[in-house]
Structure formats: structure tokens, C-alpha cells
Design a protein around this ligand. Structure first.
Ligand code: 13P
Length: 253
């Protein structure tokens, strides 16, 4: 049985005050969540605050991105060792916003996965197709390409050290969620593709769904056999909504 992981990707949102309030709200409700792992990925600058405020709780935290470099003259970048220094467990790699707005390609994302893993962070690898790609019927091709880039660089066993998040780009921040059937289809494809190479890795690997997941649609998504939690954007910024999704994941176990 895979333990679901619900992670909040706060993207570029928050202030010292709102982070304090959000984390206090999550902490107040986390006691009822005992079967699902719950994590948050704040913007870099709030990671020390998360570390302080989450100390002693079961809630891990992580970054939303990292550099492929270890140190040096790379203005604006943050290294894996720095994330570790501030207690991060996870780091998101290859989010579609990084891929589309900042030109991160499959090779760079695979490198980030490798660097995160080598440092001892657990990478959350985001994959997913655009609306155009879905309409052209190439969803599986796109997801396979994104996945294979990591497998090619790191080998199949490396996936056991991370998490995959299937995030259809057309569902991110649009209020348009993939139906549970649409999501399950791609999740099963991802697991199946991994299974042909290593059945043990495929069985244990957590595959989250991301894209307009809310408390009122989370339960039916989590009920699908290959959906192991969620990567949550907008709804992770309100403690009540985020906890509602965590509860749905918790109840799905
Ligand atoms: P939304 O939940 O806001 O659609 O964002 C999903 C996402 O991109 C999480 O990484």
C-alpha cells in the first residue's frame, strides 16, 4: 500500500504574516490526518520560516526548484545543499511553469532530478501535457518523453527516491480538473511504463495528481487506484481547503 502524499505548491505567493497564519491553520488540523503524508513547498525565502514553524510536527517541507550547480557565480540560484541546510525533504522539479515560462527542457529537468537525488532530497518530478497536445492525442507520448529523460540519465531505480506528479497543463490554475477517469488513465500509463522496466519500483512509486484539485473533487480522484495524493496549487494557500484535500487522501487509504 502506498502512503498518499499531498503537497502544497505555494508558487510565488505569501508574506511573513500569511505564511504564519497558513502554517498555524495546517498545524491545527494535522492531528486528524494520520494516514497521508502532508508537505508544503513555500517560496525559497519562506523556507527558514517554515522550518521554524513546522519544527516538531510531522509536516516536511521542500523547495519549488533548485539549481543544477553546487555553488559559485550563479546569481539568483539556490543549490540543493542550501535546501538541505534548511531542513528540506522534497524539491519540485520540472513544474510546467518552469518548463514553459523559464525554458526548462527535459534534459535540464532530468539533471535537476539527478542533482536533488544525489544531495539526498526527494525530487517531485512534474510531467503533463498541454491542451494542444491532449487534443492532438499525444498525451502519452509527451509524458513518456518527460519520464524517459529522467530514466535515461538516472536509471529506473532512481525513481524509487522520488515522487511523480502528473499535472495536465490545461488543468493548472484553470478550475478545469481532469476527470478521475482521465487522470487515472495517465497515471496507469506512467506506472505501466515503469513496470515494464522494474515492477518493484512501479508498485511503490507515488504518483500525485495536480491541476485544480479542491476539497470537493479530491475524494473521487484519490479513489482511483493509481492516484497517490496531490500536488496542490491554489487550494494549498487556504488551510481549510488544503486540509480538506488532505482529509480526502487520508480517507482514501
Ligand atoms: P492549481 O491547484 O492551482 O491548479 O495548481 C496545480 C499546480 O500547478 C501544483 O503544482
Amino acid at each position: 500500500m502506498r502512503q498518499p502524499l499531498v503537497a502544497g505548491n505555494w508558487k510565488m505567493n505569501g508574506s511573513v504574516g500569511s505564511v504564519r497564519e497558513l502554517l498555524a491553520g495546517i498545524k491545527a488540523g494535522i492531528g486528524a490526518i494520520d494516514k497521508c503524508e502532508v508537505a508544503v513547498c513555500p517560496p525559497y525565502i519562506f523556507i527558514p520560516q517554515a522550518q521554524t514553524e513546522l519544527a516538531g510536527t510531522p509536516i516536511p517541507w521542500g523547495g519549488q526548484n533548485l539549481s543544477t550547480e553546487t555553488s559559485g557565480a550563479f546569481t539568483g540560484e539556490v543549490a540543493a545543499s542550501m535546501l538541505l541546510d534548511f531542513g528540506c525533504t522534497y524539491v519540485i522539479v520540472g513544474h510546467s511553469e518552469r518548463r514553459t515560462l523559464y525554458g526548462e527542457d527535459d534534459a535540464l529537468v532530468a539533471k535537476k532530478f539527478a542533482v536533488a537525488r544525489a544531495a539526498g532530497l526527494k525530487p517531485i518530478l512534474c510531467v503533463g501535457e498541454t491542451l494542444d497536445e491532449r487534443e492532438k492525442g499525444v498525451t502519452e507520448e509527451v509524458v513518456a518523453r518527460q519520464l524517459d529523460a529522467v530514466i535515461k540519465l538516472e536509471g529506473i531505480k532512481a525513481l524509487a527516491d522520488g515522487v511523480i506528479a502528473y499535472e495536465p497543463v490545461w488543468a493548472i490554475g484553470t478550475g478545469k480538473t481532469a476527470t478521475p477517469e482521465q487522470a487515472q488513465e495517465v497515471h496507469a500509463f506512467i506506472r505501466g511504463r515503469i513496470k515494464t522496466r522494474d515492477a518493484g519500483v512501479a508498485e511503490k512509486l507515488r504518483i500525485q495528481y495536480g491541476g485544480s484539485m479542491k476539497p470537493d473533487n479530491a475524494a473521487e480522484l484519490m479513489a482511483k487506484p493509481d492516484i497517490d495524493g496531490g500536488l496542490i496549487g491554489g487550494a494549498s494557500l487556504k488551510a481549510k481547503d488544503f486540509l480538506g484535500i488532505c482529509k480526502a487522501a487520508n480517507d482514501s487509504v
